[in-house]
Ligand binder design. Structure first.
Ligand code: SF4
Ligand code: SF4
Length: 161
């Protein structure tokens, strides 16, 4: 018997918009990394399991669900402190014009706009330090921690000497 093709749910995009989780072209939710973090979405704290990710059998879906439960339980361990990635980006609010270009390019939805100051701000818990916003900001108002422009220029100069 032939199995008909599976496509993502019609409501997946709507649900994804509510949680800032992205869907691929076929309508399935995208994971952070298909091999290393297959049960984690690109938004920290939102986990995936089952055929919302891709067509899969019951065994695969159960394994993904157990991995997702493990992520949640490990984050809730009593006394555990949240560890923030050292490589994140930060906005210099003095230079920020509030154009919001950065929030449109961040793949991890880590940037929000602060109406009270009319500037953008990066949530270090959600930032993965990819550097996309650093390159996109027309005002040069975003720096990558540990990868500032001065540090990168110093490295280039040292290599060229
Ligand atoms: S792109 Fe730069 S100037 Fe525009 S809102 Fe983001 S940080 Fe501010
Ligand atoms: S460095 Fe990457 S993940 Fe972090 S705020 Fe900028 S675009 Fe988002």
């Amino acid at each position: 018997m032939l199995c008909p093709a599976m496509v993502g749910s019609e409501d997946a995009a709507k649900l994804g918009n509510m949680m800032d989780v992205t869907c691929g072209k076929a309508g399935f939710f995208e994971e952070l990394n298909g091999r290393l973090h297959a049960s984690q979405s690109k938004v920290k704290g939102v986990y995936l399991a089952g055929t919302c990710q891709a067509p899969m059998d019951i065994g695969q879906a159960t394994s993904r669900a157990m991995a997702a439960a493990g992520y949640v339980l490990s984050g809730l361990a009593a006394g555990k402190k949240l560890v923030i990635e050292p490589i994140t980006a930060a906005v210099d609010e003095e230079r920020c014009s509030g154009c919001r270009i950065c929030s449109g390019v961040c793949p991890y939805k880590a940037i929000s706009f602060m109406p009270e100051t009319e500037t953008s701000r990066i949530n270090a818990l959600l930032c993965h330090g990819c550097g996309t916003c650093v390159a996109a900001c027309p005002a040069g108002a975003i720096q990558g921690n540990h990868f500032t422009n001065d540090q990168i220029l110093a490295e280039i100069e040292a290599i060229l000497q």
